[in-house]
Design a protein around this ligand. Structure first.
Ligand SMILES: Nc1ncnc2c1ncn2[C@@H]1O[C@H](COP(=O)(O)OP(=O)(O)O)[C@@H](O)[C@H]1O
Ligand SMILES: [Mg+2]
Length: 283
C-alpha cells in the first residue's frame, strides 16, 4: 500500500535562498531545501532556532523577507484544504466540555481556510469523514468524551484527526509529541508515520527528540544559528554536518540501542535528544 514518491512529482515543499525576519532580524536566511512528495521529514533544532517559523512560512502566514517558497507546486498560502496543520502547544483545560469528535469536526472550518456550512448530504459526508479519521487515529473509544477529560496522548490523536479531516496532501505538525511520555511518543509517532505511508501524505514534523521518530524518517531539516541544512538523517545527523551548522565542535554518538545522541550543542537546554541523552557521554 505504500505509495513511493514518483520521480515526476514536484517537491511538496521547496525553499530557495529563503529568509524570514521577525522583530527586525533574520530568524534564518539562505535556506535551500526540498521535501519530496510522500516523505516523512523531521524539523529539528534548538529552541528558538526557527522551526515553528519554518512551518509558518510553509503555511504562508509568515512572508519571506527574500527568496522563494513553493508549496504543493504553488505559492504558499494557496493550498487551503490540501494542508493539515497542528500548531505547537495546544492543550485543553480540564474543564473543557467540548467533545473530542466536535474538536475533530472543527478541522473543516474554524480557521482561516473556512468554507461555507454544508447542507444535507454534504453534512452527512462530513459526519462520515469525522468518524473515519477518528477510527484512523484509534480515538473511537473516547471521541464522545469531553476533550478536557482525556489524556494528553488521546488529545494529540484527536488533534491529528482534526488536521487530517479534509484529507490533506501535506501535514504540518509542530511538536505533536511534546508533553507526551515516551511510550505515547512512540505510539503517536508510529501512527503518523503509518498515515504518511498509507495515504502518500507528505509529513513535516517538528520534534524535540529525533529518536521516537527515527525509524520512520526519510529526511531531516536541521535548523540552527540562522541557517538550515536538510537531507537524509544519516547525512544530516552527523558530527561533521552539525559541527559545520553550529560552527562549533558537536559530537553525534549512537548508543548500543541505536539512539542518536548529540553532544556539545551550545544551548544545552534545547538539545533535540531524549530526556536521558545527556547521560550518554563521551565513550
Ligand atoms: N512575533 C515575533 N516577533 C519577534 N521575534 C519572534 C516572534 N516570534 C518568534 N520570534 C523569534 O523568532 C525565533 C524563532 O522562533 P520559533 O520559530 O518559534 O523557534 P522554534 O520553533 O525553533 O523554537 C525566536 O528567537 C523567537 O524569539
Ligand atoms: Mg516552535
Amino acid at each position: 500500500m505504500a505509495e513511493t514518491p514518483r520521480p515526476a512529482d514536484p517537491p511538496a515543499v521547496r525553499f530557495e535562498d529563503a529568509s524570514v525576519q521577525l522583530g527586525g532580524r533574520d530568524v534564518w536566511s539562505h535556506v535551500d531545501l526540498s521535501i519530496e512528495t510522500g516523505t516523512f521529514v523531521a524539523v529539528l533544532g534548538p529552541n528558538g532556532s526557527g522551526k515553528s517559523t519554518l512551518i509558518k512560512a510553509v503555511l504562508g502566514v509568515l512572508p519571506l523577507a527574500s527568496g522563494r517558497v513553493e508549496v504543493l507546486g504553488g505559492p504558499p498560502g494557496e493550498s487551503g484544504a490540501d494542508i493539515g496543520y497542528l500548531p505547537q502547544r495546544r492543550s485543553f483545560d480540564p474543564s473543557m466540555r467540548v467533545r473530542g469528535m466536535d474538536v475533530v469536526r472543527l478541522g473543516f472550518d474554524g480557521d482561516r481556510w473556512g468554507v461555507p456550512l454544508p447542507w444535507g448530504s454534504a453534512h452527512r459526508a462530513r459526519d462520515a469523514r469525522v468518524d473515519e479519521v477518528i477510527d484512523l487515529v484509534g480515538a473511537g473509544a473516547y471521541a464522545t468524551r469531553p476533550i478536557g477529560e482525556v489524556s494528553g496522548g488521546e488529545q494529540q490523536r484527536l488533534l491529528i484527526a482534526q488536521a487530517l479531516v479534509r484529507n490533506p496532501r501535506l501535514l504540518l505538525l509542530d511538536e505533536p509529541l511534546d508533553s507526551l511520555d515516551l511510550p505515547n511518543q512512540g505510539a503517536v509517532a508510529g501512527l503518523i508515520a503509518d498515515i504518511c505511508r498509507r495515504f502518500g501524505i507528505t509529513v513535516l514534523i517538528v520534534a524535540h527528540d529525533v529518536n521516537p521518530i527515527a525509524t520512520a524518517l526519510d529526511g531531516v531539516v536541521y535548523v540552527a544559528r540562522g541557517r538550515a541544512v536538510s537531507g537524509s538523517p544519516d547525512d544530516v545527523i552527523t558530527t561533521e554536518t552539525l559541527s559545520a551548522l553550529y560552527g562549533t565542535p558537536i559530537e553525534v554518538l549512537t548508543t548500543s540501542d541505536g539512539r542518536r545522541v548529540v553532544v556539545g550543542q551550545p544551548d544545552a537546554s534545547s538539545h533535540h535528544v531524549g530526556a536521558h541523552g545527556h547521560r550518554h557521554d563521551h565513550p
